[in-house]
Design a protein around this ligand. Structure first.
Ligand code: SAH
Length: 247
């Protein structure tokens, strides 16, 4: 049995009970870069841990190799946990991995996790929807391909929709410029959340006009999540999380 398990955004206490139980009983864990040491330490001392990568340009394993490893381990009748940061079905390639298992008629289950968007939003006091600010919210990837971000910019003109952008640090300048170019007010509030829910959690606040210059010299470290829209202003009132004193 292979369990595709969401490990949440960082804070180990955001694991689901099912995720915790499966991690504690796994024979083998295959984990991604964003899965913290603290979470890996929850595994059995005799469990085998396999690092699957991947930082932007350093792929510890190719996606094909990961898929094949899951198949091989499942055939050995081991309890296999494939651990992914956040939720496995949100920008996590979890779909591709279980497709391979499904094609080979191997047994699997999927355990959802708290995705970076909801984890970072909650720990930053930024509600993603709010009756007076945003009636909808959209999750996008700002991943650069050949220096370009491939998004339907024209769909992003609605000021009552919160925009959440994963993988947006390298493309931050381009994202903000494009939004202004399609007519969004340069004053639109924006927050870049650095290492959300972890002891290094930091919220960088600005507007789509000045956020890039605000974070430029801050030595911001990945992972970061970008939230855009007037809900960001609620951080001033709803901010509750101070990483140093979190217990
Ligand atoms: N499956 C994951 C997302 C994987 S893509 C999920 O559901 O959260 C990786 C991106 O997620 C990062 O580039 C970053 O944008 C975001 N991310 C993951 N963990 C984060 C964290 N603790 N703080 C801020 N952003 C995070």
């Amino acid at each position: 049995m292979v369990s595709l398990v969401g490990a949440g955004p960082g804070d180990p206490e955001l694991l689901t009970l099912r995720a915790l139980r499966l991690i504690q009983s796994a024979d083998v864990l295959i984990y991604d870069r964003l899965v913290s040491q603290e979470i890996r330490d929850l595994s059995r001392p005799d469990a085998k841990l396999i690092y699957a990568g991947k930082a932007k340009s350093e792929h510890a394993m190719t996606q094909d190799a990961i898929n094949q490893t899951l198949v091989d381990l499942a055939r050995q009748n081991l309890n296999v946990v494939r651990l992914k940061g956040g939720d496995p079905f949100i920008f996590g390639r979890g779909g591709e991995e279980v497709e391979t298992l499904a094609r080979q008629n191997l047994e699997f289950q999927i355990v959802p996790g708290i995705t970076a968007a909801t984890g970072c939003a909650a720990y930053s006091g930024i509600p993603l929807t709010h009756r007076e600010h945003a009636q909808s919210c959209v999750f996008l990837t700002g991943h650069l391909k050949n220096g370009e971000i491939n998004l339907n910019w024209e769909d992003l003109t609605d000021p009552t929709q919160t925009i959440v952008i994963y993988m947006s640090l390298s493309g931050l300048d381009q994202i903000c410029r494009k939004l202004i170019a399609i007519g969004r007010s340069p004053d639109t509030p924006a927050a870049l959340i650095e290492q959300g829910t972890t002891p290094s959690h930091k919220v960088h606040l600005g507007t789509i006009e000045n956020l890039e210059s605000i974070v430029k010299n801050q030595g911001v470290r990945a992972p970061t999540l970008l939230i855009i829209g007037s809900v960001v202003n609620l951080h001033g009132t709803l901010n509750w999380f101070s990483p140093e004193s979190s217990t």
